[in-house]
Design a protein around this ligand. Structure first.
Ligand code: F6R
Length: 592
């Protein structure tokens, strides 16, 4: 989604903002822009396209210590020059960048701004002109406060006022905004990454907070205008965490990090042979009669594995809900459920909306995220970290593996039984390393797939849940239409889609379903499909395409998913796609 970077201080604001916007590219965007304060003027450069294009059109002939920048992921109006941020008020006094969606912008336009001209299709232009409208009767700061009190929706805002060249304004509601302080200035961004190298301390703004930022200090206020105290945290993230190293893409780097993430989780959550999950989390789940898992996309597919673990390893009935549906259609809630939210970013708007809804109804929530300072981690009753490290590629890989592992550990802890999980996880990490060493086999398989216009994954039980994730991965970065089917369902309709040479990939890791999935695959081959088998070594035939090293039967998704991640990666590379920043997608989906 949109990215924001602002800077005020002694360093070159343009440099910090442009580099910061490049670091936020992983979030997904279609246009970029920057506003720089220079000699009582605010100079704006913006256009559709990449930050590299913004660099080309930006004026480098002057230096300034104050500016705001933006990458836009279109919500209101197509990606083009006029809809790119920053936006400017009619008189030119205020300039704004905005991440989020204003729900009542049409109403505000009619109520206050009938005399104003609008040059874009965005909701943002309403905000900046509303500030100007109030500034006719009040100070800049008061005009901003009054505007914020009118806005409904989500926003992170950076605002420049031409009459105040020594400061910028910030505001936040339901969309992340982080303020970092360093010796030479203050950086504000939608993510911690652009703060690295410039800040020693930082804070994440709470909802409905606005602030005035100067080069050496900043003040925060609530919407009544009351001063708020600020708690700064130590900033200890390195630049290397955000670099590709020797890998061609972040996605490939992140796939390779998976064995060490599994080992890290073992270190974090095991005390010798005993599992060390905080007691308050275990008590919270134990005092409920059902687990409702809530998530979106890849995190939702990891939730299916979690459901399996909670039911099979510790007998707790569990159900998976798509967050975007659960916001609007409340299921029948019986007994005493506890809600577990899986989210890599911890900022997914759909999941946050559900969390707020059910917290308000008094149900406890546990956020399992990769972002301990995220909105979800802070809102939830309890938080469990998946320790995957920053995930930059838009297509999630290591976070999926880390979520599944964390939930397996949690389920084993809840079971209270003696466990061999630690050994099994270490063995799984080695199995993934073997797959990575032999990834040339998967690279070659990709050559058989990249020209297809449809691909199908089939499996049963936990293999089917991996198929769902595998299909999502392939479609999001290769743009090939891919479907996942429970193999038994095929003949109830979907087999009609099978055509000559359509690749059908069968995942066979479970003894109980291996032969039936293979016979379902044969049914598709009989109709012309190109059958491809991914099987566990102990269940494999010599003709199988990919052989997975054996691991504990309930951990097989950790190895089969890695094969599917690599396959999606190589197919996308062969197609010449932008693997880390696939079209139309955003890393952190902060609008509902
Ligand atoms: C796909 C992907 C998305 C996310 C989804 C939820 O590769 O990354 O499907 O899983 O948008 O995001 P989080 O996990 O941040 O809540």
């Amino acid at each position: 989604m949109c990215g924001i970077v602002g800077y005020i201080g002694m360093k070159d604001a343009r440099d910090i903002i442009l580099s910061g916007l490049e670091q936020l590219e992983y979030r997904g965007y279609d246009s970029a822009g920057i506003a720089l304060f220079h000699q009582q003027e605010i100079k704006i450069f913006k256009d559709k396209g990449r930050v590299s294009h913004l660099r080309d059109i930006c004026d480098f002939s002057f230096k300034t210590g104050l500016g705001i920048g933006h990458t836009r992921w279109a919500t209101h109006g197509e990606p083009n020059h006029k809809n790119s941020h920053p936006h400017i008020s009619n008189s030119g006094r205020f300039v704004i960048v905005h991440n989020g969606v204003i729900e009542n912008y049409k109403k505000l336009k009619i109520e206050y701004l009938s005399n104003y001209e609008f040059y874009s299709d965005t909701d943002t232009e309403v905000i900046v002109n509303l500030i100007e409208y109030f500034s006719k009767s009040y100070s800049g700061r008061e005009a901003i406060r009054r505007t914020l009190n009118e806005l409904e929706g989500s926003y992170a805002l950076l605002i420049l006022d031409k009459e105040e060249p020594e400061q910028l304004y910030i505001a936040k509601n339901k969309t992340p905004l982080i303020v970092g302080a360093g010796e030479s200035g203050i950086t504000i961004a939608s993510d911690v990454i652009p703060l690295a190298g410039h800040c020693t301390t930082y804070t994440s703004l709470n909802d409905k907070v606005f602030g005035v930022v100067q080069s050496k200090s900043f003040q925060l206020f609530d919407y009544l205008g009351n001063d708020l105290s600020v708690q700064m945290k130590k900033f200890n993230i390195n630049n290397e965490d955000f670099e590709k190293g020797d890998f061609d893409h972040f996605m490939l780097k992140e796939i390779h990090e998976q064995p060490s993430i599994i080992r890290h989780l073992v270190q974090e959550y095991f005390d010798n042979e005993k599992i060390a999950i905080p007691k308050k989390i275990l008590d919270c789940i134990k005092s409920s009669t059902k687990i409702n898992l809530v998530a979106c996309g890849t995190s939702m597919y990891a939730s299916y594995m979690a459901k399996y673990y909670f039911e099979k390893l510790c007998n707790i009935p569990s159900e998976v809900f798509v967050a975007s549906e659960l916001v609007y259609s409340t299921p029948l809630i019986v007994d005493k459920p506890c809600f577990i939210y899986l989210s890599q970013s911890g900022e997914t708007a759909d999941s946050i909306a559900v969390m707020k809804k059910f917290l308000a109804k008094g149900f406890p929530s546990i956020a399992i995220t990769n972002s301990p300072n995220s909105t979800m981690a802070e809102l939830a009753t309890h938080h469990l970290n998946i320790f995957a490290g920053k995930e930059i590629a838009v297509a999630s890989t290591k976070a999926y593996i880390a979520q599944v592992v964390t939930c397996a550990i949690l389920a084993k802890a809840l079971s209270g039984q003696k466990t061999n999980l630690k050994n099994n996880l270490n063995k799984t990490a080695m199995a993934i390393e073997k797959i990575l060493e032999e990834k040339i086999i998967i690279k070659n398989l990709a050559k058989q797939i990249f020209t297809a216009s449809d691909v199908f994954y089939i499996g049963r039980g936990i293999d089917y849940w991996v198929c769902l994730e595998a299909a999502l991965k392939l479609k999001e970065i290769s743009y090939i239409h891919t479907e996942a089917f429970s193999s038994g369902e095929l003949k109830h309709g979907s087999i009609a889609l099978i055509d000559k040479d359509v690749p059908v990939l069968a995942i066979c890791t479970q003894e109980g379903t291996n032969s039936i999935v293979r016979s379902n695959l044969t049914e598709t081959i009989a109709r012309g499909a190109k059958g491809i088998v991914i099987a566990m070594e102990s269940l494999s035939d010599p003709t199988d395409d990919i052989i997975l090293p054996d691991v504990a039967h309930y951990l097989t998704p950790l190895v089969s998913a890695v094969v599917c991640q690599l396959l999606a990666y190589y197919v996308a590379v062969l197609k010449g796609n932008d693997v880390d920043k696939p079209k139309n997608l955003a890393k952190s989906v902060t609008v509902e």
